[in-house]
Design a protein around this ligand. Sequence first.
Ligand SMILES: CC(C)(COP(=O)(O)OP(=O)(O)OC[C@H]1O[C@@H](n2cnc3c(N)ncnc32)[C@H](O)[C@@H]1OP(=O)(O)O)[C@@H](O)C(=O)NCCC(=O)NCCS
Length: 201
Amino acid sequence: MPEPSLWAVEWRRGDETLTAIEPSADEVRRAAPALAAYYNDAHNRRMMAHEDDPFDAADVVAYYHQLRDGGGRPFLLQREGVLLGDADFRHPEAATAEFAIMIGDRATQGRGLGTRFGLMLHAFGFQVLGLERVYISVIPANAPSRALFQRLGYQVDDSPAARALIDDASDVTLSLARPSFAEAWRVETAAIRCFPRPQAS
Ligand SMILES: CC(C)(COP(=O)(O)OP(=O)(O)OC[C@H]1O[C@@H](n2cnc3c(N)ncnc32)[C@H](O)[C@@H]1OP(=O)(O)O)[C@@H](O)C(=O)NCCC(=O)NCCS
């Protein structure tokens, strides 16, 4: 059976080419050891409130399967083809989903990459998936994540739909509607290309 269509999102900006790809099963397997190391970093674990046992590569592969089985759309994030992290849309409803993102290496965080990949994937979510609203849920201590999403245009959202996504009562929930995003990021999104990948290997 052919694999379902997998998409890529690309943003060439000056010397930098950022690509977010929906990985094939082989690509997930190849990325899994590096992703496991990123997920297990003590700071990242705290920020993402991962309280389970450390991940190994097999757990990452299983986690990607689980995300996709639930209708999620996970992406690997690459700069000039080098893996930097991952991101996904999860808990899809008719026209909404939750978004999550990780720039894995501590030395690479805080340099605007999360914001740029976030922009790229929201272009995909609103333009290709046809989402009308995207939610995020974050622990209060995760200042970089809150700043990233507020920069993208997210606002605090305490509606039942948003609060349904929390893991802990103290989590902060925000959301972003398609028109606000489209208006604020018209220039940038015009340069972002979303396309179905040729059959990935
Ligand atoms: C959260 C994360 C995706 C942000 O990506 P990033 O590339 O590090 O962030 P950026 O450089 O794009 O910065 C985003 C904003 O956070 C601010 N910021 C960055 N590092 C910061 C820090 N250590 N403390 C406070 N603010 C910080 C930036 O100034 C920027 O704000 P601005 O747009 O108002 O200038 C990334 O740090 C990460 O993956 N962390 C670990 C996993 C995680 O927390 N994921 C999110 C779970 S919801």
